[in-house]
Design a protein around this ligand. Structure first.
Ligand SMILES: C[S@@+](CC[C@H](N)C(=O)[O-])C[C@H]1O[C@@H](n2cnc3c(N)ncnc32)[C@H](O)[C@@H]1O
Length: 326
């Protein structure tokens, strides 16, 4: 592997844009979750957390649904060359398994790991290089939520006729669906394949399903990962306590919300702006919507994305969906 890597950085992650988003988060007391993946330390903590709590790392059946979905897509691809765009790629483990399925079928795969975090795209690149050559990997840093010209930015890297698979794995829980899905839909061209996965609330009773998955968030490792961001700002552990709660969100969906409640007043300064968190105040650090398969299909349809195949883990806690633009 060469000693350097070329990474394209979209202006949505230039320092002035990141500072604007951070100040907005602090003023509204609602953190943009992208700030939990920013640094190398946060990336490492999240990857460790993912390793322990994600069913894709510790439930063989969940691993199998991804494999079946990847084989199904690889079989449908007839072109010799195929481009995989991993939106919110994280460490790139799932995308790399897809690249393997494509390679097994004799396809030449190209990969664009796309994430808000430079550290993540570099980890994803390294993971993918076990399967594809360096020159086939083009890491791309951007904020999917704020960049409004990504189709054009991607356009410079792909030809109109390229066969493409867009992946959006484990991303939907952390966004307001009404905000991110129009963007996702605009990035999928009519002949593209979209592989989408969502964390689900298991069972027939939505509320009971939510209660069952709450411990996957309400634990010391998650609190430690979320605390990293607060510590960077100058907020200390004894300043407050974490609370993980189930709430009703929009679009008939429920979510787990993590808040930090201040038990003493803390003042911090970012650039020239001061923020005072008074005792009793709280800051929302994170949320994770949990879907059911029916809710996934319904909300995707609202944004012009049709589900043509779905694979649900036996635990009913995760599902992979193959979609197309209507
Ligand atoms: C829950 S992880 C999912 C990672 C991976 N797709 C997987 O399934 O293992 C969420 C990923 O989204 C990235 N992310 C968060 N906000 C983002 C944004 N606004 N634009 C692009 N990526 C974002 C994070 O850096 C993180 O890697």
């Amino acid at each position: 592997m060469s000693a350097t890597a070329n990474v394209t950085i979209h202006r949505s992650q230039f320092p002035d844009a990141v500072r604007r988003d951070l100040l907005k988060s602090l003023r509204t007391r609602c953190m943009n979750h992208k700030f939990h993946y920013d640094s190398v330390k946060q990336t490492q903590k999240w990857l460790a957390l993912h390793q322990i709590y994600s069913p894709t790392r510790n439930d063989a059946d969940c691993v199998a649904i991804y494999k079946t979905a990847f084989e199904a897509v690889a079989e449908k691809i007839k072109a010799k060359q195929v481009h995989v765009i991993g939106l919110g790629c994280g460490g790139g483990q799932k995308d790399t398994r897809l690249l393997k399925s494509l390679k097994r079928r004799g396809r030449e795969a190209f990969y664009m790991p796309c994430d808000v975090s430079t550290a993540m795209v570099l980890v994803a690149r390294q993971t993918a290089l076990a399967v594809i050559p360096e020159e086939n990997c083009s890491p791309f840093v951007c904020d999917l939520a704020t960049a409004d010209d990504l189709l054009a930015a991607f356009g410079s890297q792909f030809s109109l006729h390229d066969s493409r698979i867009v992946t959006f794995f484990g991303m939907i829980p952390n966004f307001e669906p009404e905000e991110i899905l129009p963007k996702l839909s605009s990035l999928v061209r009519p002949k593209d394949f979209l592989l989408f996965s969502a964390n689900l609330a298991p069972g027939k009773n939505y509320t009971a399903g939510m209660k069952k998955i709450l411990p996957q968030y309400d634990n010391a490792l998650t609190a430690d990962w979320l605390m990293t961001f607060l510590l960077d700002l100058g907020i200390e552990k004894p300043d407050g306590k974490f609370e993980f709660k189930i709430e009703n969100g929009g679009s008939d969906l429920k979510r787990v919300v993590a808040r930090f409640h201040f038990s003493r007043t803390r003042q911090i300064k970012v650039d020239n702006e001061s923020f005072k968190f008074r005792r009793g105040e709280s800051i929302r650090l994170f949320f994770s919507y949990r879907y059911t398969p029916e809710r996934v299909c319904k909300i995707l349809a609202k944004f012009g994305l049709e589900v043509s195949g779905q694979w649900i883990a036996k635990s009913q806690e995760e599902g992979v969906f193959l979609c197309h633009r209507k």
